[in-house]
Design a protein around this ligand. Structure first.
Ligand code: ZN
Length: 63
């Protein structure tokens, strides 16, 4: 099952450590995801503060 890194929102499948920020806290409670190919040209990447290509959770539920 996919899960999102709570720190940088990267979507991972089986990793226990985020390959991007080395975070170890994940949540399965997120809404939609976005595939970002070129962060420099992506408005979504700018809005999320994303700097590396990948698939990210747009919105993580707090509760
Ligand atoms: Zn992360």
């Amino acid at each position: 099952m996919s899960k999102a890194c709570k720190n940088c929102r990267l979507i991972v499948e089986t990793e226990t450590t985020c390959p991007l920020c080395q975070g170890t806290e994940f949540t399965e409670r997120f809404n939609s995801t976005a595939q970002i190919f070129d962060p420099a040209k992506s408005e979504i990447a700018a809005r999320l503060g994303v700097k590396a290509p990948g698939r990210y959770a747009i919105k993580i539920k707090e509760k």
